[in-house]
Design a binder for this molecule. Structure first.
Ligand code: ZN
Length: 276
C-alpha cells in the first residue's frame, strides 16, 4: 500500500515495499505487550514488521528515500512479502526514469535491496546517494550484512550510479539529507521543511516505537548501540520541541506520527493518514 502526506510544496508518498511476521518475545528482553500496542498481530500472536520507503515529489522533480528490501534478497526469507515498491511507483503514474536521486539512509539490505529488480537498476537515471562513511565501513567488513551490502552495491558502483556525500546536503529546496550516525557508521536521515511543515524521515534512527520512550533499548542491528541511543534521544527531543512529523519505515505502516509528552513520558503518537 501507499499513503500520502502533505508536506507544503511536496507530496511525501510512504510506500510499503513489504513485511513479515515475527515472534515479538525475542525482539527486546525488556519489551512488554504494551510496548507492542501499535503493531498488528496475526492468529499465532506474531507481529507484523514493515519495510517502508519514500517518494518525494513537487510534481516536477522526484526523489526517493531508500528502495526497500526488494524481491531478490527476500527470496531466501520464507513468508516474507517484499519487492512491492517498483509497482507502487508505477501506480502513482510517476515514471521510474524521472527519479533523479535516491537518498539511502544506510546500506543494510532491507534499504538497498530494492534498488535492483530482475538484474536491472530500478531507477536507471538516478544518482544513488550514500554517506561516504557508510561504504568505507561496509566495503571491507566480512559480516553477513556486509556481504549483502557489497553484492547490492557493486553493480551500482560498476555502472557509475553512486555519489557519496560527507556532510548534510540539500537535494531539493528544503529537502536535506542529514548525518544521524549510530545505527550504522554513515547513517542519514532526511528533513523536509516546506510551507510551514516540518517532516523528518528517520531511516533506521529508530526501528521500534518503544525507543521513543526508551531510546537506550538498542537492537542487535544497531552497529554502535550507545551512539544509536544518543542520536535517537537527541532527534526525538528535537522532534518533540518542533512538533515535526516523524516518519519511520519499520514502525507499523504508514509509520507517521508525532513525538509528544503524555503524563510526563515521551511517546510516539501515530497519525492516521489515508491510503492512495
Ligand atoms: Zn532497516
Amino acid at each position: 500500500m501507499t499513503w500520502r502526506l502533505d508536506c507544503g510544496d511536496y507530496d511525501l508518498f510512504v510506500i510499503e515495499d513489504g513485511y513479515y511476521w515475527r515472534d515479538p518475545s525475542d525482539y527486546h528482553p525488556a519489551a512488554t505487550d504494551r510496548d507492542w500496542r501499535f503493531h498488528q498481530r496475526n492468529d499465532e500472536g506474531n507481529v507484523r514488521l514493515n519495510f517502508g520507503c519514500y517518494l518525494i515529489t513537487d510534481g516536477e522533480r522526484t526523489l526517493m528515500v531508500d528502495a526497500g528490501i526488494g524481491k531478490e534478497v527476500a527470496r531466501s526469507q520464507p513468508g516474507m512479502v517484499a519487492g512491492l515498491m517498483p509497482q507502487a511507483v508505477d501506480s502513482l503514474g510517476i515514471s521510474r526514469e524521472s527519479v533523479e536521486t535516491v537518498i539511502y539512509s544506510h546500506m543494510h539490505y532491507d534499504h538497498i535491496g530494492g534498488s535492483h529488480e530482475d538484474g536491472r537498476i530500478v531507477f536507471p537515471n538516478a544518482r544513488h546517494v550514500f554517506h561516504e562513511r557508510e561504504w568505507s565501513f561496509w566495503k571491507s567488513a566480512e559480516t553477513e550484512f556486509a556481504k549483502a551490502a557489497q553484492n547490492i552495491m557493486l553493480p551500482l558502483l560498476d555502472q557509475d550510479r553512486v555519489d557519496f556525500i560527507d556532510r548534510d546536503t540539500e537535494f531539493l529546496p528544503g529537502v536535506t539529507a542529514i548525518e544521524s550516525f549510530g545505527h550504522t557508521p554513515g547513517h542519514l536521515s532526511v528533513t523536509m521543511l516546506s510551507g510551514g511543515t516540518r517532516t523528518f524521515i528517520g531511516g533506521d534512527v529508530s526501528n521500534h516505537p518503544f525507543q521513543v520512550e526508551h531510546p537506550d533499548w538498542s537492537l542487535p542491528v544497531d552497529n554502535d548501540p550507545e551512539a544509536a541511543a544518543r542520536t535517537r534521544h537527541r532527534i526525538f527531543e528535537d522532534l518533540r520541541a518542533t512538533g515535526s512529523s516523524f516518519v519511520a519505515g519499520h514502525y507499523p505502516m504508514p509509520g507517521i506520527g508525532k513525538i509528544a509528552t503524555d503524563d510526563g513520558v515521551r511517546v510516539y503518537q501515530p497519525k492516521s493518514v489515508s491510503a492512495v
